[in-house]
Design a protein around this ligand. Structure first.
Ligand code: ADP
Length: 426
């Protein structure tokens, strides 16, 4: 059980560490990518604007066209030169491709003189999405404005490179996440180790200490019993009463050490349970018969419905202990002259044990806590009842060892509780 807790804690820590690692690396990688992309674009915008000015000057000095044929035919670089009125075309180098026609249609998107350069997006008649870097400059000859030169440069290559870089980064991130997961798993294991070692030692100590206490307690128990049954001893009434109180406390202490030892051993997976196939119905009948005496003391009506020969794979003594713990609780927490019903049935591949009482019931909040160690709903009253708060945690440990489940619900009759144990049948 304890191993489960530490495994769960390690899993939670691994998930948390991994998530933090993934978040930080993703942010870092994408922030770096965006910064590089933004820097390249800014430089390209500046360079392209300088090229437009340069091509304009070349045209004035030698009438050299801004775009060469190869660039024009491929649609990579295009140019459009108009007089200051914006209508009279001086040079039209937009070409004859679909992109050229689409470009002239979206003149509103072209950069203004103050913007100098900008990225424009548009779709041509073939449905192709185009992204161009567009730049504009006023071309002057001896302080006389000749016209406005627009030039467009396809950014296809940039976007293709960016796309490939993104794919590469995604693969790199996936690898980093895997690596981060392994590191997180290793680190969380390392952080838990000292605590789990300390817990192991503490559990071992509890198991050893309670084991060592068994012999002196047995001697004490036998001694008090022999004094009580010694007919020759002349004990005063006060001594008899003290002796009976001592026997009661020794019994309580014996039960506590037994429970502590079983729980500590179950935590360290050291229960050494011997699984056999046995007649669970018969064990139940015999145990309930023994419990009948306790029920009679409180005038409680104990009924049971147990089908014959329900076989179970498990440890007989642990199962007997489980029944005693649950029925004992039902008796302890029920008023006199009430009813307790014990029901055993086979459902599909499971054996279902239900113990219903008409006691005070358990609040929803307490239902989640009563299986914890040393948890008692009403501490003052339970102490007088002999309760130590270990019974249900022990019952849960036994059920877990048998790969079963234990739950508590309200009694549908309106008063009391129902403890249900589901165990895999043979
Ligand atoms: P305890 O030794 O105190 O009985 P348990 O672990 O067996 O310890 O039970 C924990 C607490 O759960 C008890 O103190 C009691 O308040 C509550 N409880 C257990 N069984 C019943 C029941 N059948 N009806 C009402 N309360 C119960």
């Amino acid at each position: 059980m304890l191993n489960n807790i530490f495994a769960k804690l390690r899993k939670q820590m691994t998930i948390t560490y991994s998530l933090i690692f993934c978040l930080i690396t993703t942010i870092l990688v994408f922030a770096t990518f965006s910064f590089i992309w933004w820097s390249i674009l800014s430089i390209e915008k500046e360079n392209f604007h300088a090229k437009v000015i340069h091509e304009g000057e070349e045209w004035i000095s030698s009438k050299e066209l801004p775009v060469n044929d190869t660039e024009l035919n491929s649609g990579n670089t295009l140019a459009y030169f108009v007089e200051p009125d914006g209508k009279t075309v001086i040079v039209d180098q937009l070409g004859t491709l679909p992109v050229s026609r689409a470009l002239i249609k979206c003149r509103k998107k072209w950069p203004t003189v103050s913007e100098q350069s900008k990225l424009i997006h548009f779709t041509d008649e073939t449905g192709t999405k185009n992204r161009y870097l567009a730049s504009v400059a006023i071309i002057k000859d001896n302080n006389q404005t000749i016209g406005t030169l627009y030039m467009f440069k396809s950014t296809r290559v940039y976007y293709a490179t960016a796309e490939n870089t993104l794919k590469f980064l995604s693969v790199l991130l996936a690898l980093l996440f895997g690596f981060g997961n392994l590191i997180s798993y290793y680190l969380s294991g390392k952080s838990i180790k000292p605590i789990s070692d300390m817990y192991d030692k503490q559990l071992q100590f509890t198991a050893d200490a309670s084991h060592e206490m068994r012999t002196p307690l047995t001697v004490l128990k036998l001694s008090t019993e022999s004094i009580a049954t010694d007919e020759e001893s002349k004990l005063s009434d006060f001594s008899k009463e003290t002796l009976s109180m001592m026997t009661k406390e020794i019994n309580r202490l014996t039960a506590l050490t037994e429970n502590l030892m079983t729980l500590a051993r179950s935590d360290t997976n050291n229960l050494q349970i011997n699984f056999t196939t046995f007649d669970f119905s018969s064990v139940m009948n015999k145990t309930i018969q023994q419990m009948q005496i306790l029920a009679n003391e409180k005038n409680i009506h104990l009924t049971s419905h147990i089908p014959e020969k329900l076989m179970l794979v498990g440890e007989q003594s642990s199962m007997k202990r489980l029944i005693i713990l649950l029925v004992d609780n039902a008796i302890k927490y029920s008023p006199t002259s009430s009813k307790i019903d014990i029901d055993l049935a086979k459902k599909n591949k499971n054996i279902v044990l239900k113990i219903s009482d008409e006691g005070e019931g358990i609040s929803d909040d307490d239902k989640t806590k009563i299986f914890d160690r040393f948890y008692r709903v009403d501490k003052v009253r339970n102490r007088s009842n002999g309760g130590l708060g270990l019974g249900l945690s022990l019952a849960k440990a036994i059920v877990n060892e048998h790969n079963g489940k234990i739950t508590v619900t309200d009694n549908p009759k309106g008063k009391g509780s129902v403890f249900t144990v589901i165990l895999p049948a043979k």
